[in-house]
Design a binder for this molecule. Sequence first.
Ligand code: AMP
Length: 188
Amino acid sequence: MTETHSTGVRGDSGPEVARLVASRVLDVPDFPKPGVMFKDLMPLFADGDVFREVIDGIVGHHGRDSFDIVVGIEARGFVIAAAIAYATGVGVVPVRKAGKLPRAAYSASYALEYGEATLEVHQDAFTAGHRVLVVDDVLATGGTAEATLDLVERAGGTVAGFTVLMELGFLGGREKLAGRPVHALLTV
Ligand code: AMP
């Protein structure tokens, strides 16, 4: 990466980890529909050293004693949540797309950057006051995150933090989540 490229790379955990994430993202134009620039983080997941550094960075930012359980948003959030859970000895709660959970669930519908969606969480996912760290790969318009944080609270959890590997700042997701703690390793 050239100096020119690394200038201006920013994120809430500093330029070093921001550059690390940026180095493992592939831009896929017009996926899943024309006009969308898809940020593919599979190369980051596939690189063991980088993945470990990123997970350690997230845990270090929040502090391993600041949360009791991790929520991952379907589907790429599951990968991140499971790694954090294993690294810190806590459990994972999946927030899933509509119709996937087998037992009584809370639902929240919202608008995506590309389409509409409904997310669900089991009604008994948390014990009251559970401190919940929520993770996902990309923050775009913020609808997914807003719905998820709402679901966590409806199910009795307390949001301890929200981390994404990458934030598309120009879509205003952070503003939509005003008042919520947003931690993005890379902001573009
Ligand atoms: P949003 O609700 O608009 O913030 O969208 C965030 C959710 O959609 C996350 O779960 C992302 O995985 C996915 N997503 C939205 N836009 C993109 C994008 N441009 N590249 C990759 N994933 C995206």
